[in-house]
Design a protein around this ligand. Structure first.
Ligand code: T46
Length: 123
């Protein structure tokens, strides 16, 4: 974090703070109350997710272990690797979830069936 008397600044560079080349950036905001997102895994994708405003809960599941991580600070990133089932819950109204991704968008990379994900995670 590069803060000074004016406030805070965080810089994220590929190969320095971020351990992959950033191919895509997207952000999620303006979710309707009670909305839940995700519910899929990816075959070949690594991402960093940061709630730069507000908060949400990121549920990550590698097929053996599941964890709920509260993202509620702009200086906290969670890395989500290959073959990790993710769900996002409990978005605050002001939540802005910023995501840095290692690959460009590819709909064929999605695994949306949990049983299929479990099978792949075991191999
Ligand atoms: C993840 C969480 C944090 C695109 O056109 N380009 C993109 O880069 C993305 C991510 C999505 N889209 C389209 C595809 C759908 O029509 O935007 C729509 C919503 O995407 P999706 O249903 O994948 O959004 P989430 O919030 O369920 O999940 C996304 C990422 O897919 C996922 O990898 O980790 O955000």
């Amino acid at each position: 974090m590069r803060g000074d008397a004016r406030g805070s600044l965080i810089a994220l560079e590929s190969g320095h703070e971020v351990p992959f080349d950033i191919a895509r950036i997207y952000y999620i905001f303006g979710n309707n109350p009670g909305v839940e997102r995700g519910f899929h895994a990816h075959e070949r994708l690594t991402q960093w997710a940061i709630c730069v405003s507000g908060s949400c809960v990121m549920r990550v599941d590698d097929g053996a272990t599941r964890a709920d991580v509260l993202l509620d600070r702009p200086d906290l990133a969670i890395e989500i690797g290959w073959l990790t089932w993710r769900e996002m819950h409990d978005f605050s109204p002001d939540a802005v979830l910023l995501v840095l991704a290692s690959e460009r968008y590819d709909i064929d990379d999605y695994i949306i069936d949990y049983e299929q994900f479990l099978e792949k995670s075991r191999t």
